[in-house]
Design a protein around this ligand. Structure first.
Ligand code: FE2
Length: 190
């Protein structure tokens, strides 16, 4: 099995994102796809020996590479939007129920993304309770909530913004919000 990288070239030209930044980001994404495939091949070829440190470390590494790949797909897919969020729609209602108001949710999501460190801010929906959470993910694989579905994913690794915004992460988050594909995000609730 070989996983194929998806094409997100429709995002080139987004307001607030230079072509250089977006293309570099695609290259990084391709690296996660390549490494996921490489790790799977290596794991398939190794004896299933738990006492072999090489086998164990390849296993541990898999979560980093796979999630690095998949989270970038969620991220790119929830960008490139042109229409604003429907303020009378299902997502707005659920966010207001969970956080008190849409604005309170947005403030918390932005604060989550502005935290020190590299990783991801993710709005999750718990499929068991229907509850919504804004969660910080360290790097790619630490902090995921079991049984929860990513609804909105924002990359806050420095490579996602430093080219265009230097250390001004809040300005990047502003640009991210201007480009959210809310139709895709709403669709993830179903
Ligand atoms: Fe990234």
């Amino acid at each position: 099995m070989t996983y194929m990288a998806k094409d997100f070239s429709n995002l080139i030209g987004m307001e607030g994102f230079s072509e250089t930044l977006v293309k570099n980001h695609f290259t990084l994404y391709q690296g996660y796809v390549n490494n996921t495939n490489k790790l799977q091949e290596l794991l398939d070829s190794k004896p299933k020996d738990a006492t072999n440190p090489e086998y164990a470390e390849l296993k541990r590494r898999f979560g980093f590479e796979f999630n690095g790949m998949r989270l970038h797909e969620y991220y790119f897919e929830n960008l490139g939007g042109e229409a604003p969020l429907d303020k009378s729609g299902t997502l707005t209602k659920q966010l207001a129920d969970a956080f008190g108001s849409y604005d309170a949710w947005e403030q918390d999501f932005r604060a989550t993304g502005a935290m020190r460190g590299i990783g991801w801010a993710i709005l999750y929906r718990d499929d068991v309770t229907g509850w919504l959470f804004n969660q910080w993910i360290n790097e790619h694989e630490v902090g995921h909530l079991a049984g929860c579905r990513p609804i909105l994913v924002m990359d806050v690794f420095e490579h996602a913004f430093v080219t265009d915004y230097g250390l001004k992460r809040a300005d990047y988050i502003e640009a991210f919000f201007k480009n959210i594909n809310w139709a895709t995000v709403e669709g993830r609730l179903k």
